[in-house]
Design a binder for this molecule. Structure first.
Ligand code: NAD
Length: 299
């Protein structure tokens, strides 16, 4: 598998495509945004004028797109990519979308004799750049194994979660838990600060205690505590509130479908909705939920 078509060169897809080039794959990339295409050229990708042009002759197509509506529009229907792909092509959709949308895509591919898997990722933009993403794959074992060498060029962990759509289910379970511990971490830090503690000192204490968790350890939401995280650059970059809201919506839809009780997930979605009610906040990194708890200056 040498020739890869990469569709969607945003915060995640751009660095993922660059890592494929570094690993020696021949990558043809497409994104409707001109700056993303220019960056891809700098990173060593060939670029195409359309998704259809990009996939021509590709051994594998990787998509990293904002949502399920865009994924379905791209692949399905009379003018969708599935109609144009050779049956030898492997489709790897890395976007975070509803498990039902992933199953629909994989079933439609199967009808045309095309192998497809869902392979959403965890790790964020830093892991995308470092090539250390975790991939959670759903689909038959054979296409997941076929995808492994390609995914290994972009990630450190490749899990086969189960049949079609299971990668997406794993992803939203993880992100629901992420939202919950990010909110809990922000709330605990604010309680400490409002009662005279230095957030750095409190973070060190909780990291060595039973409150330790990924948000505290790797992605501290309190400004100035940790270098290199969005909280220390005005919550810019990273994983947006809008995308976290999308994932919490998918988690709640999935929970409704299986009649699973997810009270903390529902509360987390509510709090992110409150925070993201302001358009400017929706663009910020999700750790900006800290601002929901911070008192205005002088209060
Ligand atoms: P993004 O908005 O930065 O990038 C999406 C890109 O897709 C944009 O450049 C857009 O122009 C392009 N695009 C839109 N329609 C297209 C089409 N028809 N053909 C080709 N390209 C098209 O989003 P992102 O942060 O890179 O996230 C991408 C996916 O990864 C989402 O599903 C998101 O939920 C998931 N994800 C993101 C993160 C993160 O930290 N940002 C982490 C894990 C998973």
């Amino acid at each position: 598998m040498e020739k890869i078509a990469f569709l969607g060169l945003g915060n995640m897809g751009g660095p993922m495509a660059a890592n494929l080039v570094k690993a020696g794959f021949s990558v043809t990339a497409f994104d409707p945004a001109a700056p993303a295409l220019a960056q891809a050229r700098q990173d060593g990708c060939a670029t195409a004028d359309s998704a259809h042009d990009a996939v021509s002759g590709a051994d594998a197509v990787i998509s990293m797109l904002p949502n399920g509506g865009i994924v379905k529009e791209l692949y399905l229907g009379a003018r969708g990519l599935l109609q144009a792909l050779d049956s030898k092509t492997l489709v790897i959709d890395c976007s975070t979308i509803a498990a039902s949308d992933a199953r629909q895509l994989i079933a439609a591919a199967d009808e045309r004799g095309i192998r497809a898997i869902d392979a959403p990722v965890s790790g964020g933009t830093a892991a995308a750049a470092a090539g250390t993403l975790s991939f959670m794959c759903g689909g038959e074992a054979a296409p997941v194994e076929a995808a492994r060498p390609v995914l290994s060029a972009m990630g450190a962990n490749i899990f086969h979660a189960g049949p079609a759509g299971c990668g997406q289910v794993a992803k939203i379970c993880n992100n629901m838990l992420l939202a919950i511990h990010m909110i809990g971490t922000a709330e605990a830090l604010q309680l400490g600060v409002d009662n005279g503690l230095d957030p750095t000192v409190l973070s060190e204490i909780m990291k060595a205690s039973s409150g330790d968790n990924w948000s505290l350890d790797k992605y501290n939401p309190y400004p100035g505590v940790m270098e290199g995280v969005p909280a220390s650059r005005g919550y810019s970059g990273g994983f947006s509130v809008a995308l976290m809201l999308k994932d919490l919506g998918l988690a709640m839809d999935t929970a409704a479908g299986s009649a699973t009780s997810t009270p903390l997930g529902a509360l987390a979605k509510n709090l992110y909705q409150l925070h993201g009610g302001d358009d400017d906040n929706r663009r910020l990194d999700f750790s900006s939920i800290q601002n929901l708890f911070r008192r205005p200056a002088g209060d």
